[in-house]
Design a protein around this ligand. Structure first.
Ligand SMILES: Nc1nc2c(c(=O)[nH]1)N[C@H]1C(S)=C(S)[C@@H](COP(=O)(O)O)O[C@H]1N2
Ligand SMILES: [Mo]
Length: 285
């Protein structure tokens, strides 16, 4: 059965939305630019006129601290807002209550099962994932269909790396994700209006795109529970509800999978949900 697609699913190339330099990790980017050049550029993004200066001879520049803007010059959303204004219905529908309700959420031990139409299914602990895949910083805008957005410096790694290691078979066309089902820890899962667990999906080529990451941190720190620890999806050209938190299953399938929001409100939320300011959301515009 084909879902009604409310958000036009014209194949927008992510590069049309996010310039190439945004999706290089900042470290790669700085290396590429040369350190002094990058400093001048970052300062220029803040709208200041600067004379390029050689880095101080004594102290190396601190590459671990995020730039205060993205490369388009937009300021990063403060850490406090990123971690205290959250959509996470397993905890609460009240955005300002999620952080508090999730404060003791147990994210260790945690394993992710990669399976379905793959030659090498595996169950991997979060520690092994962190060891196996180097963490990169990606600064993306997260847009919710409700009309707000945040610019967040994520830490994570391309989903494509994990998928390639699992070796999808020729029949695999989509990737589906399950979030954790844990009503003991998640008060919202006692409310039956939603078909838990939260589930999402991507077409395989979207999942394999270099911009699509599994995030494990933000602002250079481990992901706080309210933002989806220990592992959440981030797809910068899609609306926020696609970026499923607390992932425990990644499964390769041959048919378009069902997703929580397209099941609950098929006329509001489509499967593709590409960001398109020209298409109004029926409820939130
Ligand atoms: N498991 C799970 N993932 C989820 C959600 C949720 O309720 N549960 N909400 C989604 C929505 S609607 C948005 S906008 C983003 C919000 O991410 P943030 O709280 O880190 O800003 O998470 C998405 N991922
Ligand atoms: Mo959202």
């Amino acid at each position: 059965m084909k879902q009604t697609e409310q958000f036009t699913s014209i194949p927008i190339k992510p590069s049309k939305i996010t310039p190439e330099h945004v999706y290089l990790s900042r470290r790669e980017f700085i290396k590429m630019m040369g350190l002094a050049g990058a400093g001048a550029l970052l300062a220029a993004c803040k709208g200041q006129l600067v004379t390029p200066q050689a880095p101080a001879a004594t102290e190396p520049p601190d590459l671990h601290v995020s730039a205060q803007t993205d490369t388009l010059g937009n300021p990063l959303t403060p850490y406090e807002s990123v971690t205290h204004y959250n959509n996470y219905y397993e905890f609460s529908t009240a955005k300002d209550e999620v952080a508090n309700l999730a404060v003791n959420f147990k994210t260790s031990p945690w394993t992710v099962r990669v399976g379905g139409l793959v030659n090498k299914p595996a169950t991997i602990s979060i520690e092994d994932l962190l060891k196996k895949y180097p963490q990169e910083e990606r600064i993306y805008r997260l847009r919710c269909v409700e009309g707000w957005s945040m610019i967040i410096p994520w830490l994570g790694f391309p989903l494509s790396k994990l998928l390639k290691d699992a070796e999808p078979t020729g029949d695999a066309k989509f990737v589906r994700f399950d979030a954790v089902l844990d009503p003991d820890q998640m008060p919202g899962q006692h409310i039956n209006s939603y078909p838990w667990p939260y589930e999402e999906g991507l077409r395989l080529d979207e999942a394999m795109h270099d911009l699509t990451i599994l995030a494990t941190g933000l602002y250079g720190k481990p992901l706080p529970p309210q933002d989806g620890a220990p592992l959440r999806l981030v797809v910068p050209w899609k609306y926020g509800f696609k970026s499923i938190k607390a992932i425990v299953i990644i499964e390769l399938v041959d048919k378009q999978p069902s997703t929580l929001w397209s099941t609950v409100a098929p006329n509001e939320y489509g499967f593709y949900a590409n960001v398109n300011p020209d298409v109004n959301h029926p409820l939130w515009s």
